[in-house]
Design a protein around this ligand. Structure first.
Ligand SMILES: *Cc1c(COP(=O)(O)O)cnc(C)c1O
Length: 392
């Protein structure tokens, strides 16, 4: 048989908002033999994976699985199932992903009420409660746990309590946070949550873990309007993931091996240790950037560990700096989204790449490039501050 030849691809250090570099054990799992989507061994793997996802989401929800697709496929699944045309949905908008959630909701026929906060700040639970008072027909409240466009971590429990007091369900975007920060679906009172496989979960993209509470499933059972989706019919997907042997779609066994290996690695590391590793690396990166003389974007006390946002200093050109980082050091970081485009950089430390050595490697490379491009930053102070934070 013929063999395929391949061009070698560059090795990158992926310090953007996902995908991140994948742990070698997960890469090895991805090379296991392909199994058919109805193979009993594969179906057992689905059931086990769902059990591990429940642990990670902090939930006892029976309907917990991963849909095929990326984070937005999770967002789309949740909204398609939970919204009926004409429903009112309240969406917290203080960044690009909240904005997207509002747009998706409108596509499914929702009347969207937005509660906003400045980009870089969290939403206020009091603002959400006030909006619920003014809009008593809100049926669903959507919030983003980690706003990857701004680097803000959003407290959820108080907003969820306000939503429930008004008879609304709560939908949470945990795309950036799952696997890097505690996510407590049951304790916080979240009714549906979705994530993605390629951020802090740590495997390749292609699956979106999600979970629906019994209350959310009751909403599905009460639907008057037909579901606007066949592929993302949550109850049908649940039957498939419950190993009932129905053909729903040809779920990629390979993607599930990767997800399962990522969840196994979390168990081996210990989830608390994993959260602490993200926190320590994120803190060190922030300390280093500030000591260098740069300004952070997200409000103090509300910063995500796995995604740091920094203002582009005067005299630096967004694209030139990112291109030099990639060309000279093989390091990828991201620019800003929406109104923050050209204003900020976003540096991720997600999953496998959340390691002390990557923090100092990045800071050294970054300071070198900024200096070469005529910006005055103090690289030595940056490294010293990061090392102190990592030692502490
Ligand atoms: C990345 C991201 C998404 C979208 O995920 P994709 O995998 O790119 O589809 C949605 N919400 C948040 C908060 C994200 O960070």
């Amino acid at each position: 048989m013929a063999t395929a030849t391949r061009q070698p691809l560059p090795q990158r250090l992926l310090l953007g908002p996902g995908p991140a570099n994948v742990h070698p054990d997960i890469m090895a799992a991805l090379q296991q033999p392909v199994l058919g989507h109805l193979d009993p061994v594969f179906q057992e793997l689905l059931v086990e994976t769902a059990g591990q996802l429940r642990g990670l989401f902090g939930t006892a929800n029976e309907l917990t699985l991963a849909v095929t697709g990326t984070g937005f496929s999770g967002m789309e699944s949740c909204l398609a199932n939970l919204i009926e045309p004409g429903d009112t949905m309240l969406v917290g908008v203080h960044g690009f992903f909240g904005m997207r959630m509002a747009e998706f909701a409108q596509r499914f026929g929702a009347q969207v009420v937005e509660v906003t906060a400045p980009w870089g700040e969290p939403l206020s639970a009091a603002d959400v409660a006030a909006a619920l008072e003014q809009n008593p027909d809100v049926k669903l409240v959507g919030v983003v746990h980690g706003e990857t466009s701004t680097g803000v971590r959003q407290p959820i429990a108080e907003i969820a309590a306000a939503a429930h007091a008004h008879g609304a369900l709560v939908l949470m975007d945990a795309v950036t946070t799952l696997g890097g920060l505690p996510v407590q679906v049951d304790e916080w009172g979240v009714d549906a949550a979705y994530s993605a496989s390629q951020k802090c979960v740590g495997t390749i993209s292609g699956l979106a873990p999600l979970t629906f509470s019994p209350r959310a499933r009751a909403r599905l059972a009460e639907r008057q309007a037909a579901l606007p989706t066949w592929y993302h019919d949550m109850e049908a997907l649940h039957q498939y993931w419950s190993a009932q042997g129905f053909y729903h779609h040809t779920c990629s066994s390979t993607l599930v091996y990767g997800l399962k290996a990522a969840l196994d690695l979390m168990d081996a590391e210990g989830i608390e240790n994993r959260f602490a590793r993200h926190q320590q690396c994120g803190d060190a990166l922030k300390a280093g950037l500030e000591a260098m003389g740069l300004s952070l974007v997200a409000a103090t006390g509300h910063r995500l560990p796995m995604l740091t946002t920094v203002s582009i200093p005067d005299g630096a050109a967004d694209l030139d700096v990112r291109q030099a980082l990639l060309a000279e050091h093989g390091i990828e970081i991201a620019g800003g989204l929406g109104p923050l485009m050209g204003q900020i950089w976003r540096v991720g430390l997600m999953g496998y790449v959340a390691q002390p050595a990557n923090v100092t490697t990045f800071l050294d490379a970054f300071a070198g490039i900024l200096t070469a491009q005529g910006c005055s930053v103090d690289g030595n102070a940056g490294r010293a501050a990061a090392e102190a934070a990592l030692a502490g």
